[in-house]
Design a protein around this ligand. Structure first.
Ligand SMILES: [Zn+2]
Length: 478
């Protein structure tokens, strides 16, 4: 539902799924007054406030003013919050763009893009600002964007590393100056790692992301980088990294091994990467950026097959939180001249939008108890895929899957586990509502049955499944 007046900001702020504190840093910030923003706009800001966001780089203050002006101008479609601060105290801004910006829509997915994790990889930062602009100005005129925003909450973080960006230089294509945060840590090597203990000291930017994604169940995500043109998918690290702990030579060998590290959802990750690559103006051609740099078949690659790394963000999203994240390398030059930005926007616009819509592919639904109450933290495991997803506090789950027949195991503490078969088709998500029955009640009932009665003979309720159920989200035509 679209709503949102200034009078209701305090109330809806309270309702934000995440962020009492972050909400107060932006929307309820006593230093921030939407009226003040709109009346004190200088010449630059007033141009930014309109639909014609300029194609130029925005420093942190300019970016902050732009985000605030959009949130003031489009209160029914946007919410601005900060998930924390960088080492040097810059806000890590996130703008939600959705028909329900302040409140999670139960049963509908939250998705995200994170830009500029490497401070000198600047194109993604600007493209996210343009994506915000495009979404809010297209909602009333483009049925596809309306469908997307009506059914998805899109969280857009233009810069995860504003300190690194602050020292980066426009026109620098290949160097690493500005890549790290202010304490010289590479933030895309700073996450907990499944394959190898990560001994790097956690940084405030990384901690903020970890907190953020522990509080919102993101279904799908993209991390925007520069320096290549490819969509790279998990795993970034490889199981054999475990045996390399004590051997420098082994580590060196590993980093040049180019061996794929296959995730349980490899088919889905390849598909998601292809959606980005095939909708991009040139990524799918797989042309190398320069002589000697790799060519990528169809513009996609397994992360470890390109080069293995420890502590990356995408593996963490997937293995810790069931969020399917891929790494999008969107510019050969890390920080190209600003006059090239319109070309990058045109090349990536379709990809950025179509990729997010993939959150509506596969199966989703609710796990409830026999009284209709949601079962939180129920474990969802697709047979043959050794990775566990969990339900939210509303009992929701999402599982992006390609067309086919699947079986899932659903289990929750204190409940009898259940196995459910379902199909996934291409054009609609499959709605799966699963009822779990209390193990306690089951056992106490079982005590009263005649000896010799097998527990297995008691019939268990089945799940309701429907790939075309009324009310299911349907992919609209373009
Ligand atoms: Zn990067």
């Amino acid at each position: 539902m679209i709503g949102g007046t200034k009078a209701s900001i305090a109330r809806i702020c309270f309702l934000l799924t995440f962020l009492g504190t972050a909400c107060s840093q932006s929307i309820s910030d006593p230093t921030y007054n939407p009226d003040e923003v709109s009346t004190n706009l200088g010449e630059v800001e007033s141009r930014e406030n309109g639909p014609d966001l300029e194609f130029r780089y925005h420093d942190h203050d300019q970016m902050t003013r732009y985000l605030r002006s959009v949130s003031a101008r489009y209160p029914a479609l946007t919410a601005l919050y900060s998930i924390g601060k960088s080492v040097q105290g810059r806000d890590l801004w996130v703008m939600v763009v959705s028909a329900s910006p302040y409140e999670h829509m139960i049963g509908k997915p939250d998705v995200k893009y994170v830009g500029n994790i490497h401070g000198n990889e600047a194109v993604g930062r600007e493209l996210i600002l343009h994506l915000i602009q495009y979404l809010v100005t297209s909602y009333d005129t483009d049925p596809y964007i309306k469908w997307l925003l009506d059914n998805t909450r899109i969280h857009l973080m233009p810069s995860m590393n504003p300190d690194g960006f602050a020292i980066s230089k426009e026109g620098q294509c290949d160097n690493t100056y500005g890549r790290h945060n202010a304490r010289r840590y590479d933030l895309n090597r700073n996450f907990p790692d499944f394959f190898k203990a990560n001994t790097k000291q956690p940084q405030p930017e990384t901690e903020a992301i970890k907190e953020w994604i522990s509080k919102i169940q993101f279904v799908l995500s993209g991390s925007l980088h520069g320096g290549a043109l490819v969509a790279s998918y998990p795993f970034d690290n490889t199981p054999s990294a475990r045996i390399c702990r004590s051997s420098v030579l082994c580590s060196v060998f590993q980093s040049y091994a180019h061996t794929p590290s296959i995730a349980p959802d490899d088919d889905v990750f390849r598909h998601l990467s292809l959606v980005y690559s095939n909708n991009h103006a040139k990524m799918s051609r797989g042309v190398s950026c320069k002589q000697g740099s790799p060519k990528f078949d169809k513009g996609i690659t397994n992360g470890a097959a390109w080069y293995p790394l420890t502590g990356g963000m995408q593996d963490y999203n997937y293995l810790w939180h069931g969020c399917m994240e891929i790494t999008l390398e969107i510019s050969c030059c890390k920080y190209p001249p600003a006059h090239e930005l319109p070309k990058y926007w045109q090349d990536n616009k379709q990809s950025l939008i179509k990729y997010l819509a993939e959150a509506h592919r596969g199966a989703h639904g609710f796990v409830m108890d026999e009284n209709g109450n949601p079962v939180e933290r129920a474990a969802i495991k697709v047979k043959g895929r050794d990775v566990t997803y969990h339900t939210t506090k509303y009992g929701e789950f999402w599982r992006i899957l390609l067309p086919g027949t699947y079986r899932i195991d659903v289990s929750g503490e204190g409940y009898l586990p259940q196995e459910v078969e379902f199909i996934v088709i291409d054009s609609h998500p499959t709605l799966l509502n699963i009822t779990l029955h209390s193990a306690k009640g089951y056992i106490s009932k079982a005590v009263g049955v005649p000896s010799g009665t097998s527990l297995k003979t008691t019939s268990l309720p089945t799940a309701t499944t429907s790939p075309v159920q009324d009310g299911a989200i349907v992919f609209p035509e373009d």
